[in-house]
Design a protein around this ligand. Structure first.
Ligand SMILES: [Zn+2]
Length: 344
């Protein structure tokens, strides 16, 4: 059980990235030549974390009769890729989506799609591999927000490819909706009196995923209009979200021999398989060819990254990007924390 002190740390700990050279804003800056400033502003007012949060809540009311009006949104930088819900039934409940997660996810999708599109171009290939490695290593494992240099490097690789920007942006919002819905689902399940303690704590995660994916598919089906960002072909984007975490844990394993262990959260691959079971139901109608193609392209590059990472590691080609001591220190800190919370 978390003490109120911990609540303060979670809720108000971290920083807001005022530095314009970091995070997602700096990335979008590079595309300004394609949009007028007004268009960009209008776009950001229409689609942002808060508006998505409101849409997801609206669908919870509609689909599950759950309002969740008391839930707040937190979006500061706490050096973590993971989102979570804080619900101690005393303080106001809030959902945290880290600013680090936002910019990492967007960068990840941009790099993966560009890599897949220009796979035969050695310069693009190399650039995308290195960038994804940087995201997994420095950003996901060590929690470092990518700076202006990294964003600029990515923008050079993209070279103004507006098609890739659109693909990444659409998939990005679908994933954001999924992760918001997943966290709200925890609150909904608690309010419905569901208790998960005991033998199978991972069951709650699966249930939250099922509900979240239902919400995502409903939103895509019902909100798609000619100028909406909810596009049918993004219906497998939540799978990419699972694969993103899988690559993160895989990279940690290959570079630092760290094995992902979390009794509460099942492995991303298992979660992904359950998601496929949801979308295969007859309740949803999708014209899926485009979405399937995009996901297959994604998977080709995902496999390529895994293979290349292992080969390069075995050949000693990654020695210069390894932070073995720092990783060891982090591991020990984590273990001490676990021990402390066991004592309580
Ligand atoms: Zn969860």
């Amino acid at each position: 059980m978390l003490s109120p002190d911990d609540y303060e740390i979670f809720r108000f700990g971290g920083s807001s990235l005022i530095d314009e050279d970091k995070g997602i804003n700096s990335m979008l800056k590079y595309f300004t030549s394609y949009f007028t400033e007004e268009q960009l502003k209008e776009n950001m007012e229409r689609y942002n974390l808060q508006t998505m949060f409101d849409i997801v809540k609206r669908y919870f009311a509609k689909e599950y009769g759950y309002n969740g009006t008391e839930i707040e949104l937190s979006n500061i930088y706490q050096k973590s890729i993971n989102s979570y819900i804080y619900n101690d039934s005393v303080n106001p409940t809030f959902i945290h989506i880290d600013e680090l997660f936002e910019s990492t996810l967007m960068g990840f999708l941009l790099a993966i799609f560009k890599w897949s599109k220009d796979f035969e171009n050695p310069k693009t290939y190399r650039g995308c591999f290195n960038y994804v490695l940087f995201l997994m290593n420095d950003v996901c494992i060590f929690g470092e927000m990518q700076g202006g240099d990294a964003s600029r490097a990515l923008m050079n690789i993209l070279n103004g490819d507006i098609q890739i920007l659109r693909l990444a942006e659409n998939c990005y919002w679908t994933i954001v909706v999924f992760s918001l819905a997943h966290e709200i689902a925890h609150a909904y399940l608690a309010s419905a009196g569901k208790k998960y303690a005991g033998k199978h704590p991972e069951k709650e995660e699966y249930d939250a995923d099922m509900i979240a994916y239902h919400i995502v598919l409903k939103i895509i089906m019902e909100e798609k209009t000619s100028d909406s960002i909810f596009e049918e072909y993004t219906y497998l984007a939540p799978m990419m979200y699972m694969d993103f975490f899988d690559l993160y844990y895989y990279t940690d394993r290959v570079l630092y021999k760290t094995v992902f262990r979390d009794p509460q959260h099942p492995m991303p691959i298992k979660r992904k398989n359950r998601l496929f079971a949801v979308v295969d139901k007859d309740d949803y109608e999708f014209d899926t060819a485009e979405g399937n193609n995009l996901y297959n392209c994604f998977l080709d590059v995902y496999d390529e990254f895994k293979t290349q990472l292992l080969i390069k590691m075995q050949m000693g080609k990654l020695d210069k990007v390894l932070w073995t001591e720092k990783r060891e220190l982090m591991r020990r800190e984590f273990e001490n924390e676990q021990k402390r919370s066991d004592d309580i």
